[in-house]
Design a protein around this ligand. Structure first.
Ligand SMILES: *[C@@H]1O[C@H](CO)[C@@H](O)[C@H](O)[C@H]1NC(C)=O
Ligand SMILES: *[C@@H]1O[C@H](CO)[C@@H](O)[C@H](O)[C@H]1NC(C)=O
Ligand SMILES: *[C@@H]1O[C@H](CO)[C@@H](O)[C@H](O)[C@H]1NC(C)=O
Length: 318
């Protein structure tokens, strides 16, 4: 778990350069057993997910309101503009299945040459979602101010929202899911944090408008439209800041390191001048955590100590 005091001191020291505060790190504290009752099932789908998205980008969650509160339409239309763009995310069996639930510490620039995992080692979206959904169902209870856990339809709307945002932006759906788990563990009622910039919603995005928990106003159920917009704002960006799509573009790479570098940029707004993804501000383990999530890490202990003991990792913050 991230040592908040250390992160906070780094943030103060680098206040001008910090668009994003550290992620919420209060997910389930141990393995979550598979005890969730997923009935009733969605038409054409198992377990609320996958909801069988075909080539049509949006499969709306029928059992939740089609439209929630009126939301300011602010998400902007970022798209991935480099060679890793992927607009057809309808293949949900697109990786190595479950992958391996273990944690490997990755250092360096995000390249396979530096030991980071190739995309051929990534899990399949369906497996990844299924393996994380129990954390999603348990996450809200672990917030500093606990909230009711996600319901089945809310978790279904996360699946649908990811598929919709992926189709619109060209961001690989697995990266979106990894960032959701990193930022909120999938709790739709995660609170809006504010370290100078508001970070609302599932992806704790840059000053977006979709949230189901801000200023003491908690929505239960969290409307599907709001859940979709949270994911859109984190992926396609907001009028205030970039989503994952532009972060990938800004990575300046066309290989798998584009994703790991984008994760670093999403968390801290930039890559350290050293080019090493553990360095710089905000959460040092962020890019390594994302790489591990993409290869199957779910419940194994986090093997990164760079946030609770930056000295042990030789972290530099510039
Ligand atoms: C949330 O889920 C966790 C794990 O299943 C459970 O222990 C907890 O009681 C739930 N909280 C509520 C408020 O339902
Ligand atoms: C956040 O959005 C609001 C409303 O659009 C805007 O007034 C404010 O300046 C934005 N804040 C930042 C830090 O971008
Ligand atoms: C992509 O990022 C580069 C900077 O790395 C920038 O010059 C270019 O305008 C960006 N393209 C889009 C479409 O945002």
């Amino acid at each position: 778990m991230v040592n908040k005091a250390i992160v906070a001191s780094l943030l103060v020291g680098a206040a001008m350069a910090v668009p994003y505060p550290p992620s919420i790190d209060l997910g389930p504290t141990g393995p979550v057993l598979d005890t969730v009752d997923f009935s009733p099932k969605k038409p054409n789908g198992g377990n609320y997910m996958p909801s069988k998205s075909t080539n049509a980008p949006v499969s709306r969650t029928v059992d939740a309101p089609a439209l929630g509160d009126k939301l300011e339409a602010r998400a902007t239309g970022e798209k991935v503009t480099n060679g890793v763009a992927r607009f057809d995310n309808s293949n949900i069996l697109d990786g190595v299945g479950n992958g391996v639930d273990s944690y490997t510490m990755y250092w360096g620039d995000g390249s396979t040459g530096a030991g980071w995992p190739a995309q051929s080692r990534w899990v399949s979206f369906q497996n990844m979602f299924d393996n994380y959904k129990n954390q999603m169902f348990a996450a809200c209870a672990n917030l500093p101010t606990p909230q009711p856990n996600d319901s089945g339809p809310e978790v279904g709307a996360i699946w649908d929202g990811i598929q919709q945002a992926a189709a619109a932006t060209g961001v690989d759906h697995r990266l979106i899911l990894a960032v959701i788990m990193q930022e909120s563990h999938g709790c739709v009622r995660v609170h809006t944090t504010n370290g100078g910039v508001r970070n609302p919603g599932l992806m704790q995005d840059h000053n977006g408008s979709a949230t189901c928990n801000e200023n003491g106003r908690v929505q239960n159920p969290c409307p599907s439209a709001t859940i979709y917009q949270m994911i859109s704002e984190g992926t396609a960006g907001t009028s205030s800041g970039d989503g994952l799509a532009n972060c990938i573009n800004q990575s300046g790479r066309n290989d798998v390191s584009a994703f790991y570098r984008a994760a670093r940029i999403y968390n801290s707004g930039s890559i350290s001048s050293t080019g090493q993804l553990q360095n710089g501000i905000a959460t040092h383990c962020y890019a390594s955590d994302i790489a591990n999530r993409l290869t199957g890490w779910v419940n194994a202990p986090n093997g990164c100590n760079c946030d609770n003991n930056p000295g042990s990792c030789g972290i530099t913050t510039n």
